[in-house]
Design a protein around this ligand. Structure first.
Ligand code: HEM
Length: 339
């Protein structure tokens, strides 16, 4: 009996191969990006691998102005110089700090990319939240309506991809905040063809263990999560406690600084800030607390860890990593001294 089964198995797989003809559209293979970064890599694939493995920094100071003659057929970054200039006008306040549009763009980059896990066959950094699949009406995306409309206007004007724009805007916003990291910025992603799967963004009232697991399924360690939620350094809340709408999550929401890490640990707390229940439970969780404390007073450590984790975030679900282009040079200059 067993003997017969062994004989028929190769035959069955041959039949399956014949049925799955090469013309048939194939769903993307689920799994973490690390599996894609094996074998022969392009220069960009190797760079991404080195960044994710900590061999190269996830931040870059490389900068250039738009060449007088910029041929989009040769240089995929040409249009991003224009997008970058446009976003600066929208993200930087008169006081030189990052404004409400910037903080919403930071959250947008996360909510677009983060709706993915290693079991997903779609979702991730695919622009679906900016597109017309109805994701903006999901409760977890409340508050992102205005930045979505702004970024759609930018998309219309420059005809860039939605997926790239969501991530470019995030990276532009962080470096527009004084002290913010200048995160390596890649373009060339494919836009979504349908809505991202539901239930993959974090719930503010969930337990720390569940939140850690949710992020682990996206390829992030508990320490990565500690770095990522630091984005709440430049954040405000409106819907968790409406009576305290527009309360910032640290005392300096226009600056990308490490006050957030210190201020969430303080008891009693500064009355001007609101601490999210999720940040509360994460900050004291044994798998997170040591890293959380290590960011207090250490801006360079946090910026590098955030940038590294966000490069991974910005590539969740992206299956053409070897074909991307590095357009970091089109971003505004970083202001590490806050000036
Ligand atoms: C445990 C994970 C997280 C939870 C539960 C969470 C939850 C929330 C909640 C409830 C708000 C307030 C929304 C409102 O009432 O207006 C918020 C704001 C924000 N979040 Fe998160 N978040 C998480 C992780 C992240 C990550 C990883 C990022 C970015 C990488 C991020 C960026 C932001 C930003 C920038 C804001 C401010 C938005 C604004 O002021 O318009 N969050 N988050």
């Amino acid at each position: 009996m067993l003997h017969k089964l062994f004989l028929t198995l190769p035959l069955l797989s041959l039949i399956c191969l014949a049925v799955a003809s090469p013309l048939e559209p194939r769903a993307p293979v689920p799994g973490l990006i690390d599996a894609l970064l094996n074998g022969v890599l392009s220069t960009i694939g190797q760079l991404i691998k080195d960044v994710l493995n900590g061999v190269k920094s996830a931040q870059s100071g490389e900068i250039s102005t738009k060449p007088l003659i910029c041929l989009s057929s040769v240089d995929k970054c040409c249009i991003w110089y224009d997008v970058s200039k446009d976003l600066t006008g929208r993200f930087k306040g008169a006081d030189g700090q990052c404004n409400d549009n910037a903080r919403a763009a930071i959250r947008m980059g996360f909510h677009d990319a983060g709706a993915w896990d290693k079991y997903s066959t779609n979702g991730g950094a695919d622009g679906s939240l900016l597109m017309d699949f109805g994701e903006i009406d999901r409760p977890e995306n409340n508050g992102l309506q205005s930045i979505r409309l702004i970024l759609r206007e930018v998309q219309q004007k420059y005809k860039v991809g939605y997926a790239d724009l969501a991530q470019f805007a995030h990276n532009h916003a962080t470096v527009t905040c004084p002290k913010g990291p200048r995160i390596r910025t890649f373009v060339g992603r494919k836009d979504a063809t349908k809505a991202a799967p539901k239930g993959l963004l974090p719930d503010v009232h969930d337990s720390a263990d569940n939140l850690i697991q949710l992020f682990a399924n996206k390829g992030f360690s508990a320490h990565d999560l500690a770095a990522l939620v630091g984005a709440h350094s430049s954040a405000k809340q409106r819907f968790v406690e409406p009576a305290k709408a527009n309360f910032p999550l640290d005392t300096t929401p226009g600056i990308w600084d490490v006050n957030f890490y210190n201020e969430t640990l303080q008891k009693p707390r500064d009355e001007r800030i609101f601490v999210l229940p999720s940040d509360e439970v994460l900050s004291v969780h044994p798998k997170v607390n040591d890293e959380w404390k290590s960011f207090v007073g250490n801006q360079p450590h946090w910026n590098e860890d955030y940038a590294k984790a966000f490069v991974r975030m910005s590539l969740l679900g992206v299956d053409n990593v070897n074909a991307l282009s590095d357009c970091t040079r089109t971003l505004p200059v970083a202001r590490p001294n806050g000036k």
